[in-house]
Ligand binder design. Structure first.
Ligand SMILES: *Cc1c(COP(=O)(O)O)cnc(C)c1O
Length: 438
């Protein structure tokens, strides 16, 4: 970074600080990962200078001979990796990929159905705060008290409302997505089934989560979660999708450009191609398997030590701890002080609020990339439980107006907590042994 250092000391210093934070802390946010140095290199290239509106061979600007090669490689690698006839690698991110699906197959006002945000679903699946519920008539389905999808409800809602599009996939769901069961319901009412595999794409590639390819018409994903690429999105159309509508690939392309986006981010496309190249290697399968082993080990150790896990465990890379009403935020703050990052999250049948929820969400993609295995997972579980003990006697005020002030005080108290400082030091020592970047 010699040029940034010379030219912009402020930004240089903050980037250094952030990289150090990532190096010295344990990252348990399940939507994050550590992209390889090769992926990061691709992002930092002059490809960012180029305008390439359109698609390979059909652009609105000249000078595309190399960009076309890059995008074609990304497209072909995506198709090969997932075993599908069509892919679009231009979505700026997962949310845009999802919007493009709506634009491709729905008319404004059409009925769509997705998993509610408080039940683990994503904003873009029709949540009330998302534009998707302003433009479409969004029906939301839920999970049962045990954290599993409520198929009685899903089937009843689908039959009653006959949505044009059904989303399967979520952002905080610890069990395998039953794509086949969703397909049966969608096929019965003639709906499009769209699998949003943002979180589990890497697990599917590694063969440790069922693939939606035989069941869904369209598949969307982010490239930066378990797939371990740069930030970005991708859309796939399956054979089943092309059978339902032979024009589906073209419709998706048109929805991304010109309907929603302008020029693709060519540096990002190159980085996606590099990441897909990595995911095609046998070592990626080993990585995916280890993510699951680590998640199951972490979950078991947490439960053995008395933590209450939603759904009593996990099938994938993530878990949810039920910390007690409104206590998720306290654990998030205290763990942050101990060098362990995760995020507060709602739990099924949430009794607090989304801003002060009762749970935390954590996962193993990042720590697995660093090479950590079962013994380190057990250590992390012990640290989490020690931190939980430190916050035991603290309680979020019932009165909502007092909460933000209380949290400020809580932060100050936690900053002075010797136990948290000690854990932070131990975390740092462990992280040195498993560098994020060598
Ligand atoms: C993360 C996520 C997205 C959106 O990704 P962004 O890149 O943040 O826009 C969409 N769907 C699901 C299920 C996700 O988990």
């Amino acid at each position: 970074m010699k040029n940034i250092k010379k030219q912009d000391k402020q930004i240089y210093q903050v980037i250094q600080n952030e990289v150090q934070r990532q190096q010295e802390g344990i990252e348990l946010i399940p939507s994050e990962n550590i992209a390889s140095p090769a992926v990061i290199e691709a992002l930092g290239t002059p490809l960012t200078n180029k305008y390439s509106e359109g698609y390979p061979g059909a652009r609105y600007y000249g000078g595309q001979e190399y960009i076309d090669v890059i995008e074609t490689l990304a497209i072909e690698r995506a198709k090969k990796l997932f075993g599908v006839p069509y892919s679009n690698v231009q979505p700026y991110s997962g949310s845009l990929a999802n919007l493009a699906v709506y634009v491709a197959i729905c008319e404004p006002g059409d009925t769509i159905m997705g998993q509610g945000l408080l039940d683990g679903g994503h904003l873009t699946h029709g949540w009330k705060a998302s534009a998707t519920s302003m433009f479409y008539n969004a029906i939301q389905y839920h999970v049962k008290e045990n954290g599993r999808l409520d198929f009685e409800e899903i089937e009843a809602l689908a039959k009653k409302h006959k949505p044009r599009l059904i989303w399967v996939g979520a952002t905080a769901y610890v069990r395998e997505f039953p794509f086949q069961k969703f397909a049966k319901i969608a096929d019965e009412i003639g709906a499009y089934l769209v699998a949003d595999i943002a979180h589990v794409a890497g697990l599917i590639v590694a063969g440790v989560h069922k693939s939606p390819v035989p069941y869904a018409h369209i598949i969307t994903m982010t490239t930066h979660k378990t797939l371990r690429g740069p930030r970005g999105g991708m859309i796939l159309v399956t054979e089943k999708g092309l059978k339902k509508d032979p024009e589906l690939g073209k419709k998706i392309n048109r929805a991304i450009f010109p309907n929603l986006q302008g020029g693709p981010h060519d540096h990002q496309t190159a980085a996606i191609a590099v990441a897909l190249g990595e995911a095609l290697k046998p070592s990626f399968k080993t990585y995916g398997k280890q993510i699951i082993i680590n998640a199951k080990t972490l979950a078991e150790e947490l439960m053995n030590k008395g933590a209450k896990l939603v759904s009593k465990g996990t099938d994938n890379h993530m878990m949810l701890i039920d910390c007690g009403i409104g206590r998720g935020v306290l654990l998030e703050i205290a763990l942050d002080m101990a060098g362990i990052t995760l995020n507060k999250n709602t739990i099924p049948r949430e009794q607090a609020s989304p801003f002060y929820p009762s749970g935390v969400r954590l996962g193993t993609p990042s720590v697995t990339t660093r090479g950590m295995k079962a013994p380190q997972m057990r250590q992390i579980a012990r640290w989490i439980m020690q931190v939980m003990k430190e916050i035991e006697k603290h309680e979020l005020p019932e009165n909502k107006t007092e909460r933000s002030k209380y949290l400020q005080e809580f932060k100050t108290i936690m900053k002075k907590n010797k136990e948290l400082t000690r854990i932070k030091q131990e975390v740092k020592t462990l992280c040195k042994k498993f560098p994020a970047y060598k």
